[in-house]
Design a protein around this ligand. Structure first.
Ligand SMILES: [Ca+2]
Length: 405
């Protein structure tokens, strides 16, 4: 499975895998070990019982579990590095994944067509999510979800978040959808073919094969694929609208208009010289923004509202583009025509923080120093670029940082 969590991601509050950043470095695990975990578990059981979980469920699911040191280690090691988007896409939309995706789509064509009819989400899009989440069900994770979540809830860094997930997971078991033993997923608690966190499962999973259980864990992916489609449908997916279209920008393009909140109809963009990469007119599917995922030197995209719907699954641009592009390739559309600035090194987390500090000191306020390239940082970069007479694409490069030093 691609580890999507490592991508620098936009602040999306509603997501299939909401994942707050760790706040403080305090944690309970290092000292005291399992005895402290068992004490915590005892107190947790009382809190869980108050939320309607039966003693039978709690006994079955929690008796005999220990905390998992490896999970804490993995959680600690997540931090820092950012992968350039082109490296991510090389793997997300590799030839192997495309051919595996076509085979998976053929194998499940009837199911995927029924799902498409029911939820109005194209089968290639659902297949692409399946492909990026678990390589079409091949890597669903081997961790006992209850143990993972209990470990992470015990660890104080995001205790509240993971305790909520643990309670939700216990509610799923209590409802009879899955046994504790079969509730298996990623180390961070994402479950099944399409990697739902327990709260997202409770809210959005569906029993599509009609056997009375919402089963996203079994080898049969039917419920999991339908649940992913239901999730996108509920967040406003528009069938027939592209997620995005690769475009060519005119020489005199006004880069200040390449921003998420500046949307025009494709015909209006065309009047400004923006055309699809193959020269054809993009139909007026709805309002669209211009996105330059790697700045003015990389692929340029015209993105529609469906882009925002995929963001509800995972807010990282790279992920959304990966899903969209993989789905296009499954339909038979060509790969991106423009090159990425592959010789550029992307900024590390520490460098991004330094960039924010230096921009703010120079009078281009990034509204905070968090190492994340959000809208405020992009605007500050743009203002700095304009002041310096550079192309104002809002994309932070090493060269830009060096100029500020
Ligand atoms: Ca079912």
């Amino acid at each position: 499975m691609l580890d999507n969590i490592q991508l620098a991601s936009a602040d999306v509050t509603v997501s299939v895998r909401p994942m707050p950043r760790p706040s403080a470095e305090v944690h309970r695990v290092s000292a005291g070990g399992n005895a402290r975990f068992q004490a915590w578990l005892g107190a947790f059981r009382e809190r869980a019982a108050e939320q309607g979980l039966s003693h039978t469920t709690l006994d079955r699911a929690l008796t005999g579990i220990n905390y998992d040191k490896d999970i804490i280690k993995r959680d600690r090691n997540q931090a820092e590095f950012s992968k350039p988007i082109w490296e991510y896409l090389d793997s997300a939309v590799s030839d192997t994944r495309i051919s595996n995706g076509r085979a998976a789509l053929e194998r499940n064509r009837q199911t995927l067509e029924r799902i498409e009819t029911e939820y109005g989400v194209e089968k290639e899009v659902v297949t692409a999510i399946w492909g990026l989440e678990t390589s079409f069900g091949t890597y669903r994770g081997g961790n006992q979800t209850i143990r993972s979540l209990a470990t992470l809830a015990f660890d104080a860094r995001r205790a509240q978040f993971f305790e909520t997930q643990l309670v939700a997971a216990l509610q799923i078991i209590q409802a009879g959808d899955v046994s504790t033993g079969n509730m298996i997923g990623s180390w961070a608690g994402a479950m099944g073919h399409t990697q739902f966190m327990p709260t997202s499962y409770l809210e959005h999973a569906v029993d599509f094969d009609g056997d009375g259980r919402r089963d996203i864990w079994s080898d049969d992916p039917t419920d999991a694929l339908a649940s992913a489609a239901a999730y996108l449908a509920r967040h406003g997916w528009t069938k027939g609208q592209p997620w995005g279209v690769e475009v060519r920008l005119p020489e005199d393009f006004d880069y200040a208009t390449a921003r998420r909140d500046h949307t025009l109809m494709p015909s209006e963009w065309r009047a400004r010289g923006v055309r699809s990469i193959d020269g054809r007119a993009v139909p007026d599917h709805g309002k669209a923004a211009i996105l330059l995922p790697a700045g003015g030197k990389g692929v340029a995209l015209m993105i529609f509202d469906n882009f925002k719907v995929i963001e509800r699954y995972n807010g990282a641009d790279a992920y959304v583009i990966g899903i969209g592009h993989l789905s296009d390739r499954l339909i038979g559309k060509p790969s991106f025509q423009a090159d990425w600035p592959r010789s550029d090194r992307v900024l590390s987390f520490t460098e991004r923080k330094e960039l924010q500090q230096r921009l703010t000191q120079a009078g281009f306020d990034t509204q905070g120093i968090d190492g994340r390239t959000g809208p405020n940082t992009i605007e500050a970069v743009r203002a700095y670029q304009l002041a310096q007479g550079f192309v104002p694409d809002g994309y932070p490069t090493l060269k830009l940082l060096e100029g500020l030093r």
